[in-house]
Design a protein. Structure first.
Length: 368
């Protein structure tokens, strides 16, 4: 019981520190997301998509196994109901956090309403399923097979959670910090509440959970949201920012192209080249995240699988597949010295429909 409380307290503190320090985690999030995008390519593996869709079914099987073991060994009904209640409250708590926290998903442009990235719902569900199954199976066992089932559940839980977390990262649906935040939140919830043994303590925890969750939902119903930094969004301060609509700024940076204004929507810079070189000057040397919001144009065939490649001072930073709609491409740039640098954007593995036709539309280009 003491170790459970300590572990839960550490997990809760870790979750709070992570929420407050998401700005400092952007580089790592962008790095992992870039690796996943390069691995995923234009056609993600179907088996991974099937696995992430099976999350609730596999989790339900784990809980059903734990519940069966609890019934066989004649566990106290109050303990079984309490464990299931914690599981239900945990699901509501995670959904409340997704409603109140506003964080853009990987690749989501800043103007799209996709702010439910933190925490990861699939990973949180997997953690809650696994911990509920272990909680139901805990207690005194009288047969060797019961001990084997409990050990199997304890071993399957971390494997299940890790598999779900990797699928969400591979599919580009969440940042790494979304996944770790889900694990910390759900682990701390179960560890801090499962050890409550008296009816009075359980009633207090239940009432407190109802009040907190209801308060979060009511706050979100009146429009209250907590914005969280994301590598997909554009921060206020940046090391380098290129005003694309300004022809003099584009010429000074060595970027060509034609600015296309839109009356009822955002304008964009239309590029005809598949290899663009920019000269950027950083105010101070540090690692940073390059953010590019772009989409392919009719100059590229839709049957092709074009990729956008980033090179800085001749070194390849990353390669990501181009998607046929507006998307935020984030690249984790290593530590660079203060001063001028050459940034090169290439579209590789391209198939041109018409030579000289526009191939890329760009709305934002900045280094945060």
């Amino acid at each position: 019981m003491r170790w459970s409380s300590i572990l839960g307290t550490v997990g809760l503190l870790g979750f709070g520190l992570q929420v407050l320090g998401l700005r400092g985690l952007e580089w790592g999030d962008a790095y992992i997301a870039s690796l996943a995008a390069d691995l995923r390519g234009c056609e993600p593996a179907d088996a991974v998509a099937h696995l992430t869709r099976l999350t609730p079914w596999v989790g339900a099987a784990l809980v059903a196994t734990g519940l069966s073991l609890a019934l066989v060994r004649r566990a106290r009904l109050a303990d079984v109901v309490w464990t299931l209640a914690l599981f239900g409250f945990g699901l509501l708590l995670v959904e409340a956090c997704k409603v109140i926290f506003d964080r853009a998903r990987p690749g989501a442009p800043a103007w799209l309403p996709e702010g439910d990235s933190f925490p990861s719902g699939h990973v949180a569900d997997a953690v809650l399923f696994a911990m509920a199954a272990v909680g139901l199976a805990s207690g005194r066992t009288t047969a060797a097979w019961q001990h084997a089932v409990r050990l199997a559940l304890a071993s399957a839980g971390p494997v299940f959670v890790s598999a779900v977390a990797l699928t969400r990262l591979y599919l580009g649906r969440h940042w790494l910090s979304d996944v770790t935040g889900s694990v910390l939140l759900c682990m701390s919830w179960f560890c801090l509440t499962f050890s409550c043994r008296t009816a009075a303590m359980r009633w207090c925890v239940g009432v407190l959970a109802v009040v907190v969750i209801s308060g979060i939902y009511l706050a979100s119903a009146v429009g209250a949201r907590i914005p969280l930094p994301s590598p997909s969004t554009l921060s206020g301060a940046s090391q380098f920012r290129l005003p694309l609509r300004n022809a003099h700024a584009r010429a000074a940076a060595g970027l060509g192209g034609k600015w296309v204004p839109r009356r009822w929507a955002r304008g964009y810079l239309r590029l005809n080249a598949v290899d663009v070189r920019l000269r950027v000057r950083l105010a101070h040397g540090e690692r940073s995240v390059l953010k590019l919001v772009a989409r392919p144009l009719r100059g590229l065939l839709r049957t092709a699988c074009p990729r956008i490649q980033l090179l800085v001072d001749g070194h390849t930073i990353g390669t990501q597949p181009l998607v046929w709609h507006w998307r935020a491409y984030t690249f984790a740039v290593p530590v660079l010295s203060a001063g001028p640098h050459e940034v090169r954007l290439r579209i590789v593995e391209e198939t041109l429909r018409f030579p000289g036709a526009p191939v890329l539309a760009v709305r934002h280009f900045r280094i945060d």
